[in-house]
Design a binder for this molecule. Structure first.
Ligand SMILES: [Mg+2]
Length: 116
């Protein structure tokens, strides 16, 4: 299921079916899913704990390390799909709205201007 041919709706449906087959809905309160999302994000961060910025870029060039990070990134995405499903949020709309706010908050620099 590569990104180029997989929609967010397809991922949300796959995650929903997986959960339905296991009868996990009672455990998927917004509170539990938000906490799970944060825990999985921490598992991504754990791979980079104590590495400086440069070495962290080197570390992910090892396919074994990158695969380990990909597994945790997938956990984050699954929890995000679960949370948006539970809340009835349209993730694409939420991202689009937030990007508009981000563009106002962080305007692109004029040509040649460098911002830190
Ligand atoms: Mg995990």
């Amino acid at each position: 299921m590569p990104d180029a041919t997989t929609t967010i709706a397809m991922l949300r449906d796959a995650v929903r079916r997986f959960n339905d087959q296991r009868h996990w809905e009672p455990y998927h309160s917004p509170k539990n899913l938000a906490m799970g999302l944060a825990c999985e994000a921490a598992e991504v961060m754990e791979h980079f704990l104590w590495l400086d910025c440069g070495p962290s870029r080197e570390w992910v060039r090892d396919p074994k390390n990158l695969a380990a990070v990909a597994e945790e990134v997938a956990d984050v995405a699954v929890h995000l799909m679960n949370l948006t499903n539970a809340l009835g949020l349209d993730l694409s709309d939420a991202i689009a709205l937030k990007m508009v706010k981000n563009a106002i908050k962080y305007p692109a620099p004029e040509s040649g201007e460098i911002k830190a």
